[in-house]
Design a protein around this ligand. Structure first.
Ligand SMILES: [Zn+2]
Length: 76
């Protein structure tokens, strides 16, 4: 699983290490899971805040980059 983190100052980011402080929500390591969370507002519910469009866009970019990494790791 991949941890999405809400930091103390309300920023949303991916927590690759899973060890940062803050409220976390978990997603599968697939871009599709993020898209689903966006559609059903799962992250909004987890973090009890509305998540701006550009935050999703950033997360999607990070996810897409990570997904390639995961594929590489799995095929090695
Ligand atoms: Zn999932």
């Amino acid at each position: 699983m991949l941890r999405v983190l809400k930091t103390a100052d309300g920023a949303i980011c991916l927590d690759i290490t899973g060890k940062k402080n803050g409220r976390g929500a978990y997603l599968c390591k697939r871009e599709e899971c993020l898209k689903k969370a966006r559609r059903n507002k799962g992250l909004e519910r987890s973090f009890k805040m509305s998540i701006p469009e550009e935050v999703y866009r950033t997360l999607e970019e990070e996810f897409a980059a990570l997904e390639k990494e995961f594929e590489k790791l799995e095929s090695e």
